[in-house]
Design a protein around this ligand. Structure first.
Ligand code: NAD
Ligand code: DAU
Length: 340
């Protein structure tokens, strides 16, 4: 089995590659990644010499490059993680989100049609469903919840999802889609809530909490998401969408306080800043379908996962300090200096 994993130098894609190389020693994994600000070859350094792994730098929206790669590698499957993934950046500059997330998906699927494929899997997000009210804990996103997006990021992901389903219906492409809630774990880029708060707390810098910190996210340990994708690409039904989430809803402020407690830092570091535009209130996934059909369960408890994550950031300071000491500083100034 030969699988092209796009976006494999990013957070979830790299965790997926480690998971797959470990679980299937006879599979070949090919990583296609453009190495944007979010992609990091340092993450993949330990597997660069693995004979079952190869890396190609390229743009999923570059048709010629993608066609050549398919022609030479003849993959059996594609798992598409490559995307612009940060909501705040999409609010600042939507264009690249449409190019990578929608047109990139189209280019990959056209190559799948041309060269033949057993499965094209699209890694999507619960954000395509919009948000839920804070005062209705009984409501959850199911696969039937209408698409109703809030940000340029989630709209671009929703556009891609619709295109994936259209390629199945129109061309019979064997596709599947997973829509997962917020992931956390090793190699999470420091622009996102959990790693940003860990890094700032360790540096005794203010922890910028948007609005009142009451927005709720449904957190899932990254490895558990990888297992869900593994099950879907092997046993999931073609043409289907699977929601992935672990019934682990937390308000942002709870997360921030947990991190401060774990690092023995004072709550006085918490700084409430201007809210995100169009900020989704609450995400919550109903994972009944993937549990019933594929036997998937969110094994890792949040208390264990967050401890492992914080320990990882403490033991791998080089990885994230290299990031936050580079171009990231300009981003941080743009995003937070006016805000705090
Ligand atoms: P990330 O930003 O950490 O990584 C994205 C990777 O894609 C990077 O390595 C980047 O270099 C690469 N990339 C970007 N544009 C590319 C292009 N044009 N061609 C090739 N490579 C390109 O993202 P992530 O958090 O790992 O998310 C991965 C996927 O999972 C995304 O599709 C995202 O929408 C989805 N998702 C993320 C979460 C989450 O909580 N992080 C939850 C659900 C779904
Ligand atoms: O739900 C899945 C989505 O989760 C993925 O599709 C996205 O790719 C991923 O980035 C994530 O989106 P969020 O916007 O939920 O994640 P983020 O880490 O940016 O923010 C989490 C919450 O924390 C959100 O309510 C905004 C808030 N926040 C975030 C940052 C970066 C703050 O309060 N302060 C911050 O500095």
């Amino acid at each position: 089995m030969k699988i092209i994993v796009t976006g494999g130098a990013g957070f979830i894609g790299s965790n997926f590659i480690f998971y797959m190389l470990n679980k299937y020693p006879d599979y070949k994994i090919i990583c296609l990644d453009m190495l944007t600000y979010a992609g990091n070859l340092e993450t993949l350094k330990d597997i660069m010499d693995n004979e079952n792994f190869s890396f190609y730098r390229g743009d999923i929206a570059d048709k010629e490059f993608v066609d050549n790669l398919f022609e030479s590698e003849k993959p059996d499957m594609v798992v598409n993680f490559a995307a612009e993934s940060h909501v705040d950046r999409s609010i600042e500059d939507p264009g690249i989100f449409l190019k990578t997330n929608i047109l990139g998906t189209q280019v990959l699927m056209d190559a799948c049609r041309k060269y033949g494929i057993k499965r094209y899997h699209q890694v999507s997000t619960d954000e395509v469903y919009g948000d839920l009210p804070l005062d209705r804990p009984d409501l959850l996103f199911t696969e039937e919840t209408p698409i109703h997006t809030s940000s340029p990021y989630s709209s671009s992901k929703a556009g891609a999802d619709l295109l994936v389903l259209a390629y199945h219906r129109t061309y019979g492409l064997p596709v599947s889609i997973s829509r997962c809630s917020n992931n956390y774990g090793p190699y999470h880029f420091p622009e996102k809530l959990i790693p940003l708060m860990i890094a700032n707390a360790l540096a005794d810098k203010p922890l910028p909490v948007y609005g009142e910190g009451l927005n709720v996210r449904d957190w899932l340990y990254v490895e558990v998401h990888c297992r869900a994708i593994d099950l879907i690409i092997h046993n999931g039904k073609v043409g289907e969408v699977y929601n992935v989430g672990g019934h682990n809803e937390k308000a942002n402020i709870e997360i921030v306080k947990m991190i401060l407690d774990a690092l023995e830092k004072p709550y006085s570091l918490i700084t409430y800043v201007a809210d995100r535009k169009g900020h989704d209130l609450r995400y919550a996934i109903d994972p009944t379908k993937i549990s019933n059909e594929l036997g998937w369960l969110p094994e890792t408890k949040f208390e264990d996962g967050i401890k492992r994550t914080i320990d990882w950031y403490l033991s791998n300071k080089n990885w994230w300090e290299n990031i936050i000491n580079g171009e990231y500083q300009n981003y941080y100034k743009r995003m937070y200096e006016e805000r705090v």
